[in-house]
Structures are given as structure tokens and as C-alpha cells.
Design a protein around this ligand. Structure first.
Ligand code: NAI
Length: 317
């Protein structure tokens, strides 16, 4: 059966162009009532215009879809959600997508370059999502998307401000996934790659043309559908490909001996083992992460490890 969004109310921030526009069109095509939000700024966050958002709403309506426009900044999160409530009486899905770039090498990053990027990406996503949260909680349904970036996951030259904000959104999303679970509110994070205004300055034109933003929309739709039970995931998506990411942790090495002080020399001497990913584990929760660390204490106490210089690794229980 095809995935329908009939009866669902979906807010997409920054939906006037690029990826957000494709999400808006795709949701509307499948019956959703869509709030097309866009402040209409330039790439660095300057100015404002209603033109881009208006055009998307017109496009949706021309195809028989349901959409309303909102021109507020994501920094006015409550206003965006109020538009959804006024027009359609509820809010089911929030796609945090609005974004700008102020790339600079780290030494040249100004306070404004830093603050604006945090405000629009990270704080904006917080404010919009918080405004929707209680409505989702009360109706026991919600789907939230955070838009991260490979620049945040891996780091990227000239994008210290943007990398920090984008990985901040992953941290935010990870915790919302935990807090939302019992209310059937799911939050997932995507790191898309697509040709758009944001990438046309760094990608060659043929790549911009081939990496179509429409290739990211099906993942977003699936993650936001009531059938999808995925929660707290991180996905890279582009060119028609989708992959999932997770953390990997080396088995590590205990570098301390019972009743002896722990030294940087011991860290140095065990460095290869600390960094050896053979038989790596994949902790998925704070509890899992902590458990193996705490277990080291009792193992040391019982004399299980630390008695000789080749102390064993901390193994997850
Ligand atoms: P885009 O520039 O085509 O679209 C972003 C939209 O957000 C613009 O229409 C802009 O007016 C709007 N916007 C900016 N500030 C706003 C604010 N304060 N309130 C409301 N709307 C605002 O960019 P694109 O490429 O479609 O990016 C969408 C998201 O995906 C961004 O968060 C971006 O950081 C992220 N992303 C994109 C990648 C790509 O390859 N295109 C790579 C990784 C992440």
C-alpha cells in the first residue's frame, strides 16, 4: 500500500527552495496539509522575501494539494506552529530544514558568523520543535526531522560554526528521540547531499544538476510516516542512496593498575590498543556506554585486570 499523509499536518521550515521545497511538494502530493515556511533570506541570512514560499504554495494548490504559507523566521518558533493550528487545527510533523551558511576559516569567524549560524540552525530547530512538542505529546503522535550535515559529522574546512550547529542538532534529536518515545513522538536526523543554492558555490555545476534535492524527499517522508518505527537514527542521503550511521567504540584498554597512580606514559604505551578497532563495540545508549566503564571498577577490585602490564580491555558486559 502506498504511504498516505491524508489528515496529517506537516510543517517544513525553509521550504521555499532546495530540499525543503521538495519535501513540501512530496508531502502535499500524498495528501498532507503543508505549512510552507520560509523567511526568504539570502544564503548568509540577510534580507527577506515572500516570493519563494508563495511560489511553492501556488505550485501545491495548482496540483490540488493543501498548503498555507508562513514567512516568519524559525527564531519565532511559536508563530510557525500557530500558523499550523490556525489553518489546520493540529501539527503532526516538523521538518527542521531552514538553513544558511557563513563559511569562514576558524581564525576569521566573527561573533556574528558564529551566533547567526547557531541561532538559525540549532536554536531555531529548538524553538520550532518545542512549540510543537506539547501538541504532539497530547495527541500521542509526532514525527520530527533534524537536518544535520556531513560537515558536522566529519568536520569540514571553513565550517566550524556550521559543523557545531549541525552536530548540535544531532544531539538535540538524540535526546528528543528518548523523551518522545513513550508519546509516539519519533525524531530522526538526516545529513543530505543535494545540489542547491547552498552547494552551488562549492560543487561543480554538473554535480549540482545531478544531485537532485528530490532524491532526499522519500527518506524524509518514510521517517515521518506513522508506519515508521525508526527513532533516534542518523542517515546520510543523496543521489538516490540512503545509509544509516552509528557510533563505534574500540574495545579500549585499561591503563591503570590496582592501587597505582594512572600515568600519561601508560596511556602512550597502550595507545595502539586504545585506538584499535578490532572487535569494536557499538554502544547505542548512555547506559550501555557507562556499563562497560563502571564494570572496570569491579573487575579491578576483584583483581581480574591490572595485575600485569598487559591489562585487558574493558569489555561490554
Ligand atoms: P537552500 O538555501 O536552498 O534553502 C534553505 C531555505 O531556508 C532558504 O529558502 C532560506 O530562505 C530559508 N531560511 C533561511 N533562514 C531562515 C529562517 N531564519 N527562517 C526560515 N527560513 C529560513 O538550502 P538547502 O540546500 O535546500 O538546505 C536545506 C537544509 O539542508 C539546510 O539546513 C542545510 O544546512 C542542510 N544541508 C544541505 C546540504 C546540501 O547538500 N544541500 C548538505 C548538508 C546539509
Amino acid at each position: 500500500m502506498s504511504l498516505s499523509f491524508e489528515g496529517r499536518v506537516v510543517l517544513i521550515t525553509g521550504a521555499g527552495r532546495g530540499l525543503g521545497r521538495e519535501y513540501a511538494l512530496a508531502f502535499a502530493e500524498r495528501g498532507a496539509s503543508v505549512i510552507v515556511n520560509d523567511l526568504g533570506t539570502d544564503i548568509k541570512g540577510g534580507g527577506k522575501s515572500s516570493a519563494a514560499a508563495d511560489k511553492v504554495v501556488e505550485e501545491i494548490r495548482a496540483k490540488g494539494g493543501k498548503a498555507v504559507v508562513n514567512y516568519d523566521s524559525v527564531e519565532d518558533g511559536e508563530k510557525l506552529i500557530q500558523t499550523a493550528l490556525d489553518a489546520f487545527g493540529r501539527i503532526d510533523v516538523v521538518v527542521n530544514n531552514a538553513g544558511i551558511l557563513r563559511d569562514r576559516s576558524f581564525a576569521r569567524t566573527s561573533d556574528l558568523d558564529w551566533d547567526l549560524i547557531q541561532r538559525i540552525h540549532l536554536r531555531g530547530s529548538f524553538l520550532v520543535t518545542r512549540a510543537a512538542w506539547n501538541h504532539m505529546k497530547n495527541q500521542k503522535f509526532g514525527r520530527i526531522i533534524m537536518t544535520a550535515s556531513a560537515a558536522g559529522i566529519y568536520g569540514n574546512f571553513g565550517q566550524a560554526n556550521y559543523s557545531a550547529a549541525k552536530l548540535g542538532m544531532l544531539g538535540l534529536g538524540n535526546t528528543l528521540a528518548i523523551e518522545g518515545r513513550k508519546y509516539n513522538i519519533h525524531c530522526n536526523t538526516i545529513a543530505p547531499v543535494a545540489g542547491s543554492r547552498l552547494t552551488e558555490t562549492v560543487m561543480p555545476p554538473d554535480l549540482v544538476a545531478s544531485l537532485k534535492p528530490e532524491f532526499a524527499a522519500p527518506l524524509v517522508l518514510w521517517l515521518c510516516h506513522e508506519q515508521c518505527q525508526e527513532n533516534g537514527g542518523l542517515f546520510e542521503v543523496g543521489a538516490g542512496w540512503i545509509g544509516k550511521l552509528r557510533w563505534e567504540r574500540s574495545r579500549g584498554q585499561i591503563v591503570r593498575k590496582k592501587n597505582k597512580s594512572m600515568t600519561p606514559e601508560a596511556v602512550r604505551d597502550q595507545w595502539d590498543k586504545i585506538c584499535d578497532f578490532t572487535d569494536a563495540t557499538k554502544p547505542a545508549t548512555v547506559q550501555e556506554s557507562l556499563q562497560s566503564i563502571v564494570s572496570v571498577l569491579s573487575r579491578m577490585e576483584s583483581g581480574d585486570v591490572g595485575a600485569n602490564s598487559t591489562a585487558a580491555a574493558a569489555s561490554p558486559a
